[in-house]
Design a binder for this molecule. Structure first.
Ligand code: WTA
Length: 628
């Protein structure tokens, strides 16, 4: 059974009212779109646990169950970095590959509940490894390719992973990214990590160092492994994966998603927002290291039996129209990307996409940051030919899938607005005191009640989940985002209201950067803020107070400390050495003021007399002014 279709406003209202009126009935009916080993008899219990008595296997839902109806249809098209490097895997073939990988893991002692880290470039093995873990009930922990060895070591330690799947190298244009060497460095750094096996995918024929007894190349193991593997019957609330993301504390959080509710949410939202139909070829450009890659490269479209496209390369290599070429060549029907990518591609000019036939496209989506009206308009007109609905989709790692978005056919777009909550989601705006705002308003975006895709918690730290998301406004899930609701009820996202910076769609906590700098002896104190940036959405500006006279190379020390601790994706745009940071009388650094000053906005600070050191503000302005 498929999800109930929504293609008119009437149907949309019908679903929304059903989900509100009788959530038990609505969600049990939606759950019927998945294949269960033990059908759930309840949708949600009093603790907000979804499908408490259901059992299922996520890989069976993404693969096996499609064999009967379309086993020879393409499940995955892989377009490699080289134009001629193309692989088509049918559902039958993908299942066989997943089973082989699952058997290799099982044979090496991986049991249900064990954590398996995946650190891979854009090769098919990434998707295969995720589904292989799901098949045997292991919890996958995909680690973004841009993390530094130290950042990887932290996440390995926190997750307690015993096995890593990586590659010799990744290909990025002509460059080679050292994946295995990064893992080696991470394991040197975390010498006490309990890693038993490192499995290596050979992307190229380069020779790389292998540690005896620990490191094994995967392909000889896969070639002798059986292509049949019994799936594990998992409880709906058994963790399917952990995914690390940043919040306003220094330590990254391992967000835990369960099997049943998460999979349902990924499939339900993919079906609704992208109006999934048989034969669709869906391309979500996200890296599988992020939640968008989990839900819309892998789980959503495969659970719905679609064809996914995976592209190894970059948008503009070897020519600026490479992405458009991929769409043209593989007849992509659904295309889901980020405002950062759209802005960069828009800057190449209209002539680039105009050279390609994009007529296969039927629906477009954007995610990760607020999208400007200009970028929305360009994407819609130039890429979508004005005929494809464009969904600006708002959601988070913690929500598992899309929460606020246009539903094609049902909702009329407004460029730059995420529009309305999906049926089953109750979004609210609250003011700082927790009062619910009605009608046209701007406030903090919260979600009432639960929804199937909500994260189970934070790995190893249940209390932290509660404190971060549920305590700020009791009774509601607090998103950390601000939003405006217009007269007609459309939601417009305005950005984070906490100390999370969004650089090209990557979440980075101010505290993570400040913690990285705290380890640098030359730096007494620092504050990191996000400022608007034309291409990246936001960029990082760091203020540092030097410990004694500033060494000549303080700027490069700052850059080095951040890229060592976190990775180059967190590199600051500007660094200022200042004598003092503005703080309240109780000693709290006032990042709000620094953000304003760093953005070049030097008026309307309000009452500064509550600061312990009001003169720090004038010094900051004088330091920043020549640069903005
Ligand atoms: C931001 C990515 C505006 C937001 C799926 C959120 C957005 C954070 C949008 C989550 C959007 C995501 N409009 N802002 N359409 N989508 N965001 O966990 O601040 O990597 O809280 O999940 O990205 O980032 P995350």
């Amino acid at each position: 059974m498929a999800f109930p279709l929504v293609s008119t406003l009437g149907e949309y209202h019908g679903r929304r009212d059903e989900a509100r009126g009788d959530p038990e009935r609505y969600w049990l009916r939606c759950a019927g779109a998945l294949d269960w080993i033990a059908q759930p008899t309840h949708a949600v219990d009093a603790n907000g646990t979804w499908f408490p008595d259901g059992r299922l296997n996520a890989s069976v839902n993404c693969l096996d169950r499609h064999l009967e109806t379309h086993g020879d249809a393409t499940a995955m098209i892989w377009q490699g970095e080289e134009e001629d490097d193309v692989l088509h895997l049918s559902y039958r073939q993908l299942l066989a590959q997943v089973c082989r990988m699952a058997n290799v893991l099982r044979d090496h002692g991986v049991a249900p509940g064990d954590r398996v880290a995946i650190h891979l470039p854009g090769v098919p093995e990434g998707v295969i490894a995720m589904l292989a873990c799901a098949r045997i009930g292991a919890i996958h922990v995909v680690l973004f390719g841009g993390f530094s060895p130290e950042a990887i070591a932290d996440r390995l330690a926190d997750s307690g992973a015993g096995v890593i799947i990586t590659a010799d190298v990744g290909r990025r244009g002509a460059k080679r990214i050292p994946f295995k060497a990064t893992i080696d460095a991470a394991l040197d750094h975390g010498a006490s990590l309990p890693i038993r096996h490192v499995f290596v995918v050979s992307v190229t024929s380069e020779t790389i160092p292998m540690t005896d007894g620990r490191d094994r190349f995967l392909s000889p193991l896969l070639s002798v492994a059986s292509a049949l593997c019994d799936p594990e019957a998992m409880e709906a609330n058994a963790p399917l994966f952990l995914l690390y993301t940043s919040g306003s504390t220094g330590k990254p959080k391992g967000i835990v998603h369960g099997t049943g509710g998460y999979l349902l949410w990924a499939a339900y939202t993919h079906a609704l927002v992208f109006a999934h139909a048989p034969g669709d070829i869906f391309w979500c450009t996200a890296d599988i290291g992020w939640i968008t890659g989990h839900s819309y490269v892998v789980y959503g479209p495969l659970a719905n039996g679609g064809t996914i496209l995976l592209f190894e390369g970059m948008p503009s290599h070897p020519h600026p129209g490479r992405w458009w070429r991929v769409i043209e060549k593989h007849r992509v029907t659904g295309f889901y990307t980020s405002p950062t990518a759209i802005r960069a591609l828009m800057a190449e000019g209209d002539a680039v996409p105009e050279r390609h036939d994009l007529s296969s496209l039927r629906v477009l989506g954007s995610v990760g940051e607020p999208i400007s009206q200009e970028a929305w308009g360009w994407f819609h007109a130039t890429i979508g030919g004005g005929r494809c609905p464009l969904a600006d989709t708002w959601w988070q790692t913690e929500t598992g899938g899309i929460m606020i978005s246009l539903v094609p056919g049902a909702i009329e777009a407004r460029p730059g607005a995420a529009t309305f909550p999906l049926p089953g989601v109750t979004a609210l705006l609250l003011d700082a005191s927790g009062t619910i705002l009605e009608g046209e308003a701007e406030g903090m975006l919260c979600i009432a009640g639960s929804w199937p895709g909500r994260a189970l918690g934070i790995w190893g730290n249940e209390a932290h989940f509660h404190a971060t998301y549920l305590r700020p406004f009791p009774g509601f899930y607090f998103t950390g985002d601000g939003a405006r609701r217009d007269r007609d009820g459309y939601f417009w996202l305005t950005g984070r209201v906490d100390d999370v910076i969004n650089v090209s769609g990557h979440r980075i906590g101010s505290a993570e950067i400040e913690d990285a700098l705290a380890a640098e002896p030359a730096i007494a104190e620092s504050a990191a803020v996000g400022v608007p940036h034309a291409l990246k959405g936001q960029a990082i500006v760091v203020f540092v107070v030097s410990n004694g006279p500033a060494p000549d190379d303080i700027l490069s020390r700052v850059a080095r400390a951040i890229s060592t601790r976190l990775g180059r994706y967190a590199a600051p745009e500007r660094v200022y050495v200042v004598p003092d940071l503005p703080r309240t009388r109780s000693g709290k650094i006032v990042r709000r003021l620094m953000r304003k000053i760093a953005s070049g906005d030097t008026e309307g600070f309000g009452d500064l007399s509550t600061l312990a050191n009001p003169t720090a503000v004038a010094t900051l302005i004088a330091t920043v002014r020549p640069h903005t």
